[in-house]
Design a protein around this ligand. Structure first.
Ligand code: MN
Length: 242
């Protein structure tokens, strides 16, 4: 199995190396990732300038850095390496739960794989303070891959790992709340500025990704590319015939 690995934290993120370690026990891995951090870049692609793919030294892995976005990395990786079966993205240093999926570069890399007719799996982890302890997470990443890699019908999956997992759960996306917030502040010169940040969300709904991670479970959410609200479409066609 050929496994292409990308992320949005950049080629030198410890999360990428941790994912590559585990993935290399399942197949042949190649790492193609942004040369600098591209978190919250969403699914942007670079079309206004050329991109370069440069080989880099990374713990013995076949690794390449790209001066582009996470989606660029998957597009280039899949074009330049024949026979890619699946794209793994992560492990992101921070969660990608609920509505934050819309901003996520980690998930965008997996979505790009799905757009190309490949399979994409995004993996992210919660961090309360300091660096994540990947040696504790790795057995759970392996269990996730044991479940998902043979499940060929799942073409796009979002996975979130709590800091100390105690099991795995199938979940749906929590869409009740949005955690983005604009917070005013001042720079060292006393000038006012604004930061777009995230606020903790209180209260989680049963069966969602947020609830699973809050309860200490690895959340596994199957996604789809089709954004159509089929219920709304049927209702609109009935109520407002064109
Ligand atoms: Mn990130």
């Amino acid at each position: 199995m050929r496994i292409l690995i990308a992320n949005d934290d950049g080629i030198y993120s410890p999360g990428l190396a941790a994912l590559a370690e585990v993935a290399s026990t399942f197949g042949e891995v190649r790492l193609v990732a942004p040369d600098v951090e591209q978190s919250s870049m969403g699914h942007a692609i670079t079309h206004s300038r050329p991109l370069t793919v440069r080989r880099t030294s990374l713990a013995g892995f076949d690794a390449w850095r790209v001066n582009g976005t996470p989606a660029d990395c998957v597009a280039l990786g899949a074009a330049l390496w024949e026979g890619v079966d699946v794209v793994l993205s992560g492990i992101n240093l921070g969660p990608n739960l609920g509505n934050s999926m819309w901003h996520s570069g980690t998930l965008a890399a997996a979505k790009q794989a799905a757009l190309l007719g490949l399979r994409g799996i995004a993996l992210s982890t919660s961090i309360s303070d300091g660096e994540p302890r990947f040696e504790a997470l790795s057995p759970f990443v392996a269990r996730v891959l044991e479940v998902l890699l043979p499940a060929r019908e799942l073409t796009l999956v979002n996975v979130n790992l709590p800091e100390k997992p105690r099991g795995l759960r199938w979940t749906c996306q929590s869409v009740r709340h949005y955690d983005g917030k604009v917070v005013p502040g001042r720079d060292p010169m006393g000038r006012e500025h604004q930061w777009i940040t995230v606020i903790p969300i209180e209260g989680t709904e049963e069966g969602t990704d947020r609830r699973a991670v809050a309860d200490g479970f690895v959340s596994i959410t199957p996604l789809r590319l089709d954004l159509t609200d089929h219920e709304a479409l049927a209702a609109a066609m009935a109520r407002h015939p064109l």
